[in-house]
Unconditional design. Structure first.
Length: 208
């Protein structure tokens, strides 16, 4: 993503601009950042997850949003997560119904240019969202899914709670989202992804 010129927008100016802009922009402390286009693998993984989780989540009273749902992290930070899960009634910033306030699960598909930020500062920001229970990072060029889950503690604020970490690194495993009681095999997440030949063969064996 690339920064816009050094004019600092108010949140209201950002939302007004964003709702009529041809491109999507994230907003952080007055600055706008243009969202870059996604790779082929990124798009396939996103579609795979949506296809695998959609019906399961409906049974749990949850819904899935992908890529275009703006999420308010704080009053000075707005993002477009790759995938967002909401349970119960979604809460929105205003009657435009395009800025989500209560994500339960956020997933980001990693790229070389964003993975460090997604694992560090972006996660630091996401942790401050009171409703968030799980944060999932998915590599797009290798079999690896990282899952962070909030360890509930009513005595500390959201940004200071502890999070448990799990790395899922073999195609035979599954990603379990405990907060929404759903499981998706990695064979489904990485179906049709063109890795090195050895990994692709592993996926094919698991599917067929």
């Amino acid at each position: 993503m690339s920064a816009q010129p050094n004019y600092l927008y108010t949140p209201q100016e950002y939302l007004s601009f964003e709702r009529s802009a041809p491109e999507k922009h994230e907003y952080f402390q007055g600055e706008l950042f243009t969202m870059a286009g996604a790779s082929n693998n990124h798009n396939i993984i996103s579609i795979n997850i949506i296809g695998s989780l959609r019906r399961k989540l409906q049974q749990q009273g949850c819904r899935l949003y992908a890529n275009d749902m703006r999420t308010r992290v704080s009053t000075s930070h707005y993002t477009y997560p790759d995938i967002v899960v909401v349970c119960g009634k979604p809460e929105f910033l205003d009657n435009a119904f395009d800025t989500l306030l209560n994500p339960v699960v956020i997933m980001e598909i990693l790229s070389d240019s964003t993975k460090e930020y997604d694992r560090t500062r972006k996660f630091d920001h996401y942790r401050s969202i009171p409703s968030l229970r799980e944060y999932v990072l998915l590599e797009q060029d290798m079999v690896r899914v990282e899952r962070y889950s909030r360890i509930e503690n009513p005595h500390v604020p959201p940004e200071r709670t502890l999070w448990a970490f799990q790395a899922i690194t073999t195609i035979e495993e599954s990603l379990t989202l405990q907060s929404v009681d759903c499981t998706v095999p990695l064979t489904e997440i990485y179906e049709d992804i063109e890795f090195e030949e050895r990994v692709a063969e592993q996926i094919e064996k698991q599917i067929f």
